[in-house]
Ligand binder design. Structure first.
Ligand code: AHG
Ligand code: MN
Ligand code: MN
Ligand code: MN
Length: 333
């Protein structure tokens, strides 16, 4: 068939072949099912009158959109019904969801059901983010199973709802894979390996510069450097982390949501935004740092979240660009 690779692996067969873990196949199929359902809801939002606010705030103070609430229900149902999950943490639920013992399994999943709320109503790219842990041996499934360092995750990924629906994930091992939803067959099909181009032709910085007056001096100096170096960087900022990180993985550059005077921990949430994206950036060859946080400049993956909705600053992208931030911190002493 012209233009169709009839041998391209679909998600389930790929996960089975690469991990030989049937429970992980079930988990990834549940996540893929959620992503297909959310993609459909996003696509039909205008028609189904799903734009706009739901009228509540979530525990991190965001005004929930109707699509945030619906995406959350989709994810919870799919993961609970999968029979392989014990603990679910969602941006949209104040408390963790503990799956009853009769239906539970070895995985604990943290997720941002719909990332990019501010872009929902104007039809700009949004996404879903997830990070997966295995329960501690002997545990029935408690919050402690998921309040762990990013390095303890066994898998992480995101799905971007844009002109195409792409699911990107990693099981560590130095690789991150991209699968594209083929609308003709309703399956995610393997399309490309994510490899963050570092030090190549394109130089992009991505941040909400409207916050710059609250930043610390090294971050201000970094952005000034990007703009005034002999070959100035290009600015790109979608305002959906999924889209900004997806572009960074494919085109290179740096994505920054730093700590600032107003938000000493930054804005992005560790378990369902920071950790999964940090894992994908690292597995694709980049660096994911917190910048100066709790007295040191360290990896995002080393942070231990204090509560399930805890936040941390994010500075992630190609090594060349993240090292410029490090240099600025060094200069500042
Ligand atoms: P969410 O829509 O899941 O609450 O996440 C919003 C996050 C993230 O997607 C993005 O990187 C960031 O908020 C944008 O924040 P600003 O609007 O402050 O730039
Ligand atoms: Mn939100
Ligand atoms: Mn988000
Ligand atoms: Mn969200």
């Amino acid at each position: 068939m012209s233009g169709v690779d009839v041998n391209a692996p679909t998600l389930g067969s790929f996960v089975m072949r690469n991990t030989k873990d049937p429970e992980l196949v079930i988990l990834m199929n549940a996540i893929a099912l959620s992503c297909k359902q959310i993609a459909t809801a996003v696509k039909r939002a205008g028609i189904a009158k799903l734009y706009g606010l739901a009228g509540e705030q979530n525990s991190t103070g965001d005004d929930q959109k109707m699509l945030d609430v619906m995406s959350n229900e989709i994810m919870i149902n799919a993961l609970r019904n999968s029979g392989v999950c014990s603990v679910l943490v969602s941006e949209e639920d104040e408390d963790p969801i503990i799956v009853p013992e009769a239906d539970n399994g070895k995985y604990c999943v943290a997720f941002d059901p719909l990332d990019g709320s501010s872009n929902i109503d104007c039809n700009v790219s949004v996404g879903t983010i997830f990070g997966v842990y295995e329960k501690e041996p002997g545990s029935k499934g408690t919050t402690a199973d998921i309040l762990r360092a990013g390095d303890d995750m066994i898998c992480a990924g995101y799905c971007v709802y844009s002109s195409a629906v792409e699911l990107v994930f990693s099981f560590k091992g130095g690789a991150a894979y991209c699968f594209c939803l083929d609308p003709n067959i309703g399956e995610f099909v393997s399309t490309r390996l994510m490899k963050l181009p570092d030090g190549g032709g394109k130089t992009i910085y991505s941040c909400n510069e409207g916050n710059s007056k609250h930043w610390d001096q090294p971050i201000k100096d970094t952005i000034e450097y990007f703009k005034t170096t002999p070959k100035p960087y290009t600015a790109r900022y979608v305002g959906s982390m999924v889209a900004d990180v997806h572009r960074t993985l494919l085109y290179g550059g740096i994505f920054i949501y730093p700590a600032d005077k107003k938000s000493p921990k930054g804005k992005l949430r560790i378990l369902y935004e920071g950790f999964p994206m940090a894992m994908l950036i690292e597995q694709s060859g980049g660096i994911a740092s917190t910048g100066l946080f709790k007295g040191k400049v360290g990896r995002v993956m080393d942070v231990i979240p204090e509560d399930i909705h805890d936040r941390c600053p994010i500075i992630m992208g190609g090594a060349r660009d993240v090292k410029i931030v490090y240099d600025m911190y060094k200069k500042a002493g």
